[in-house]
Design a protein around this ligand. Structure first.
Ligand SMILES: [Zn+2]
Length: 344
């Protein structure tokens, strides 16, 4: 097979008449009619075929061979190269897909939660207020009803709440309590600006004020650690990523309802629940309250879930709060530490 064209020196780009011949699977280059020398195909690269434009065969030293004879170039190089390219291309595709999933997984599981936390802590407090006020309005309109507890009981709970907040001595947030009815559910919520919502049912099943305090402290733990805000930022980042990838900007509109949906689904991560629990145990011990009260109210609410099938359909506080039995155990262990400490 014979290919004629021009060879250009790497030094001065001077053009020389040249030819490449293929003899028994080896390639030979002859320049200016001189004796042919063997060339190593591994050291060559080819420019792509673009219409009838000249093709270049580029040598590793920067010299190149230029020709118009595209067909012969393809015949000389491409067939073998094509298979080679295809194989390496497949390897690339597989590697790229694997890499994509590894990066995507790491991003979603590690990167985004980390970023969400950073953003949640960096946001000025008035953003918390904005998110909170819209959310409470939304929940009041669609999810909550007015409390049916007696004025006296509500007043007493508010007084108890104020005593607890006073004892905490925490000025970072302006904690406020709201009591609402929510279709027979014993539940508690917190909003990023410091609002805590307790449902009628939760207050009804609580056996003493310490049990209510433990739930309040758990919710305060969520607020202090900006868990709901982190979740909202996280959802926003995911939605934004999806909308950017799919160019579907309607996803962004859904962000406006992310917060209420998140709260109603109570989809705190297990890590966030444990973090809020650690906060509550710590504060209970500091305030000289036995953490066993948290274990007790947790068990009570969980039992309620099992007895009442309706709750399954809705959102029991502790179906949303995972690993309940583990958390009850943690509370019991903390209680023992507390009691031992009380001996001193
Ligand atoms: Zn929680």
């Amino acid at each position: 097979m014979h290919l004629s064209g021009y060879w250009y020196s790497p030094k001065n780009s001077k053009r020389h008449t040249a030819s490449i011949d293929k003899l028994q699977d080896a390639l030979y280059l002859s320049v200016d009619g001189q004796e042919a020398r063997a060339i190593n195909i591994q050291n060559l690269s080819l420019t792509d075929r673009v219409g009838s434009a000249n093709r270049r065969i580029i040598f590793s030293d920067g010299a190149f061979f230029e020709t118009r004879d595209n067909d012969t170039v393809d015949a000389l190089f491409n067939k073998k190269d094509h298979i080679h390219n295809l194989e390496s291309r497949w390897q690339w595709v597989v590697s790229a897909v694997v890499l994509f999933f590894v990066i995507a997984f790491a991003t979603v599981r590690v990167g985004l939660p980390w970023a969400s936390k950073e953003v949640a802590y960096a946001l000025p407090i008035y953003v918390n207020e904005k998110v909170s006020s819209g959310t409470l309005e939304f929940l009041d309109e669609y999810i909550f009803d007015e409390s049916e507890l007696s004025q006296a009981q509500q007043k007493q709970t508010h007084t108890q709440f104020n005593v607890l907040i006073e004892a905490l001595g925490d000025n970072e947030f302006n904690y406020r309590l709201y009591i609402r009815k929510m279709e027979g559910q014993s539940n508690a919520f917190s909003l990023p600006f410091g609002e805590i919502i307790l449902t009628d049912k939760l207050l009804q099943i609580a056996e003493n004020t310490e049990q209510i305090d433990s739930i309040l402290l758990h919710e305060i733990g969520h607020i202090k650690h900006r868990h709901s805000l982190q979740q909202v930022v996280y959802s926003s980042l995911i939605s934004t990523a999806i909308s950017v990838m799919t160019s579907d900007l309607t996803v962004l509109e859904d962000l406006l309802v992310v917060m209420p949906v998140f709260l109603v689904e109570s989809s705190y991560s297990r890590a966030h629940e444990y973090e809020a629990d650690v906060f509550l145990f710590d504060k209970m011990i500091k305030l000289n309250k036995d953490p066993i009260h948290f274990a007790n109210i947790l068990s009570k609410i969980t039992q309620g879930d099992e007895i009442n099938d309706d709750l399954e359909k809705t959102i029991g506080y502790f179906s949303s709060h995972p690993e309940t039995s583990q958390r009850i155990e943690n509370a019991a262990r903390k209680s023992q530490e507390f009691l031992r400490g009380a001996d001193y």
